[in-house]
Design a binder for this molecule. Sequence first.
Ligand code: FES
Length: 61
Amino acid sequence: MYICNCNGLRQRDVARSIEAGAIRPRDIFASHQCQAQCAKCVCDMRRMIQDATESYAMAAE
Ligand code: FES
């Protein structure tokens, strides 16, 4: 499933960037050497970052 159609970023690409330390959509774009274009994907990216952050917090408890 594509998260960012403009840059061809799939869900697994975004997840990999988050696992590697991306904490903002800008970091995700940078890790794939691209930039936001229409920015429609930014909300989905933020949601994935938030979900991952919550998962890490729960795992640390
Ligand atoms: S869908 Fe990601 S920049 Fe357009």
